[in-house]
Design a protein. Structure first.
Length: 226
């Protein structure tokens, strides 16, 4: 079977839509009916995230670390214990395409690093988007790494020890370990994910923090992390 792992820290505003999108991807005809387990790693959640995950039929694992590396690792461990052969990772504030899982598998690789599309630039100065677009390659052959759009086969994941317990850049560390181990990695723009440009970002050095950094470079206001 296949698994989708989603870390969440107080994500009640976004998690429902994320899980609806994942459910569509899990029902993609190209998967041939192979079961897909959805696992939400609830990291110190004090809102309705657990209830929302349950309402959408997702499995829940809990921790109190406020550490995305630990959250992804715990979710992956649950999936592997149930026999998952492939692990797809996204974020609670992201929307995967209806063929997202199938597109990852179609690459025939041990790891697939996908791109992300910003869902909404509202609230950002146009100069921030211009700087982002100038540095970003949403095309096959890119070299971006996003936890919101990442897939890895179970064997390769196990061989490198999985996610490190890092509060940020855990996705980069995993891919670098896979590279060092000789895994077949594809850098593809075919598995599509739309992600939030929200300014109340969770990861201290994640995607939202990167956008805040671009805003600071231009001397324009931005939000602060939650």
């Amino acid at each position: 079977m296949l698994a989708v792992v989603i870390p969440a820290h107080d994500e009640e505003q976004h998690l429902g839509a994320c899980l609806q999108a994942v459910a569509r991807a899990a029902a993609c005809p190209a998967l041939g009916g192979e079961p897909v387990r959805v696992i939400v790693a609830l990291d110190d959640c004090r809102d309705a995230s657990a209830r929302i995950a349950a309402e959408h039929g997702a499995q829940r694992v809990r921790l109190r670390a406020r550490n995305v590396g630990r959250a992804r690792a715990l979710g992956a461990a649950r999936a592997l214990a149930q026999g998952a052969r492939w692990l797809s990772f996204t974020d609670a504030d992201s929307l995967v395409a209806p063929d997202w899982i199938a597109a990852q598998l179609a690459e025939g690789a041990q790891c697939v690093c996908g791109t992300v599309e910003v869902a909404d630039w509202a609230g950002f100065d146009p100069r921030v988007r211009s700087s982002y677009d100038a540095a970003y390659r949403d095309t096959c052959g890119h070299r971006h790494i996003h936890g919101a759009n990442l897939g890895v086969c179970a064997q390769a994941y196990r061989q490198v020890g999985g996610f490190a317990p890092l509060p940020a850049h855990e996705d980069v560390a995993l891919v670098r370990a896979l590279q060092a181990g000789g895994a077949r990695i594809v850098w593809s723009s075919r598995p599509r994910v739309r992600t939030s440009a929200r300014q109340d970002y969770r990861a201290p050095e994640g995607f939202g923090a990167y956008l805040a950094h671009l805003a600071a470079r231009h001397g324009v206001p931005t939000g602060v992390p939650a």
